[in-house]
Design a protein around this ligand. Structure first.
Ligand code: NAP
Length: 530
């Protein structure tokens, strides 16, 4: 497919009229063709008008039609073949196996939401039948279902050019909920975005859906992105990226005459707690696992283990020594963009200059541009508690080991943490009481708690929570990964005393969609022959 360097507004290929963005190969700093002229307010207006025109029809598409649409997007992405992988490699520096895996995850995610849509549980149908003879007052017939919020603006992430980008989790869950989507492409991978955007647009066409179900805009976040968030037809925002970017979008959304929810995933250092018995028994294995998780993908994962909390002991000294040995041997890796590399360098330099932290080890020096070196620092609990800067996110393969004098100090350090996506406990049977004592704090701090594993690697499934208190995300009640992500883009509507002919299909008395309903206070048992 020839890349056009243009945006997609519904089925129309539209040229931008603002400063052009070009992909940059971070491995060479070479700029990539074509140039993508940025969009402006006029393009935001066109895309929003189209999305709004599509909304009422799209949100009432039969469940099967919407599910087939999601499956069709997956097929179109797969049909792009190696061209997509090659372009994503060039724009991100990520290796082929990683991108092949990410494409698989993206398509699996779309198919998972197709299954979710078909099953219809998300409609959360509740029926309270009329009780005309109730005393002292009769009860009306009351029926509730979930409906789509409205058009959603999605900001693709730099570190997952497929799975958290144009057709990633935010887009898949919003489309599944019945919301048209307008994506603001990440400027780091415009070509990858165009390829995937055209796959989505093709699926819209194949499935005979209204044009405005999907649009893809390019350009500056500060112009196109903010205009999108301010547009009154946009009813929710999905974002993955920096804390400053997320906060700018939240402020724009809150300042609207009609404020809207922003589901922003921003910053997390994912504490790992090493309890004494586990540390004593598995010192080397823990160092191996830690360094592997820390350096995976040049550390550019939101679940990267950026903080280790452990008791001062000879076992911890051995763990630090084993970790340092592995870090010194770990090769530098190309980071996603020159800007992300520079931000990483600034963050690790600030840590190195901080008198409250000591450098334990630095990885090998790279030979090309934008190569991040892994780095591990060590600090005492008292210093960590005294300096909030020590818990800033250094996006990349950097981590801080905090040495605590007691389990109570481990608790104090944990208590001081900001909100996190994950918290990990490494424990043995003898550590269970310590872990139990810390659990209430950890539950308040993080969206996912792991035992004896590593936080990188997020399963896409029903039970996953990829979320957490601020600044991990802007709304800890939700997840951006897994089927529960659909709930972000829905709201309940109650229908009182509607004649059956006027009720939405999901709420009709005969339950024609065979949905599992909460009926007069009890979960209705469904039989196969219904
Ligand atoms: P970013 O700078 O936040 O950019 C993400 C998206 O938001 C881009 O489309 C960007 O537009 C837009 N944006 C940024 N600031 C904005 C603003 N003030 N107003 C409106 N839109 C704005 O994130 P990034 O480029 O992916 O990475 C930069 C840093 O984010 C990293 O160094 C890292 O610290 C952090 N990060 C964290 C995670 C995580 O999961 N925790 C993931 C990725 C990155 P433009 O196209 O104009 O830039």
């Amino acid at each position: 497919m020839t890349l056009t360097g243009h945006m997609l507004i519904g089925q129309h290929i539209v040229a931008g009229n603002r400063e052009a963005i070009r992909g940059i190969n971070p491995a060479t700093n070479a700029t990539l063709e074509p140039a993508y002229a940025g969009g402006s307010a006029e393009h935001v207006e066109q895309a929003c008008a189209l999305a709004w025109a599509a909304f009422d029809a799209y949100r009432e598409t039969p469940l099967n039609v919407r599910a087939e649409f999601l499956e069709s997007i997956a097929e179109e992405i797969e049909a792009l073949g190696d061209e997509l992988i090659e372009r994503a490699m060039a724009e991100t520096g990520l290796p082929r196996p990683r991108l092949l895996g990410e494409r698989g995850r993206t398509c699996q995610q779309l198919r998972m939401f197709a299954r979710t849509v078909r099953a219809g549980e998300w409609l959360d149908v509740r029926v309270d039948n009329a009780q005309p003879n109730r005393q002292p007052m009769p009860r009306s017939d009351l029926r509730q279902r979930q409906i789509a919020l409205g058009p959603v603006a999605v900001f693709g992430a730099s570190n997952f050019p497929l799975a958290f980008s144009v057709a990633g989790g935010d887009t898949a869950s919003a489309l599944a909920a019945g919301c048209p989507v307008i994506v603001k492409a990440h400027s780091a991978h415009p070509g990858t975005s165009e390829l995937v955007g055209r796959a989505v647009a093709q699926a819209v066409k194949t499935c005979g859906l209204p044009d405005g179900v999907f649009s893809l805009l390019c350009g500056s976040g500060r112009e196109v992105g903010i205009a999108l968030v301010r547009d009154p037809r946009i009813k929710a925002v999905g974002f993955t990226g920096s804390r400053s970017g997320g906060l700018a979008l939240i402020q724009a959304a809150q300042a609207r005459p009609e404020p809207i929810p922003v589901y922003a995933e921003m910053s997390s250092i994912n504490p790992v707690l090493l309890f004494p018995a586990a540390l004593q028994k598995r010192t080397q294995a823990l160092a191996d696992g830690f360094v592997a998780s820390l350096t995976l993908g040049a550390g550019q994962f939101c679940t990267n283990p950026g903080l280790v909390i452990a008791l001062k002991s000879t076992a911890l000294d051995s763990f630090i020594a084993a970790t340092a040995e592995r870090i010194k041997n770990s090769p530098a890796q190309t980071m996603l963009t020159p800007a992300i590399f520079n931000a990483y360098e600034s963050a690790v330099n600030a840590l190195a200059d901080n008198t409250r932290a000591n450098v334990a080890a630095v990885g090998q020096i790279g030979s090309g541009p934008n190569q991040g070196q892994a780095q591990v620092f060590v600090s005492d609990a008292a210093d960590f508690l005294a300096d909030h800067n020590l818990q800033g996110e250094a996006f990349g393969a950097a981590s801080l080991i905090v040495q605590c004098a007691s389990v109570d100090e481990m608790r104090q350090v944990t208590e001081r943490l900001e909100g996190q996506l994950t918290a990990t406990l490494h424990l043995d049977d003898e550590d269970l009481d310590h872990a139990r004592a810390l659990l209430p704090t950890l539950e308040r701090k993080a969206g996912r708690l792991l035992v004896n594993g590593w936080p990188t690697g997020v399963e896409v499934c029903d039970a996953m929570v990829h979320g957490g208190p601020f600044p991990a995300t802007s709304d800890s009640r939700t997840t951006s990964v897994g089927t529960a992500a659909i709930l972000r883009f829905l709201r309940p509507v109650c229908y009182q005393d509607f004649p059956d002919s006027l009720l939405p299909t999901a709420l009709k008395h005969a339950n024609p969609l065979h949905l599992s309903r909460l009926l007069d206070g009890h979960r209705e048992a469904l039989t196969n022959d219904e």
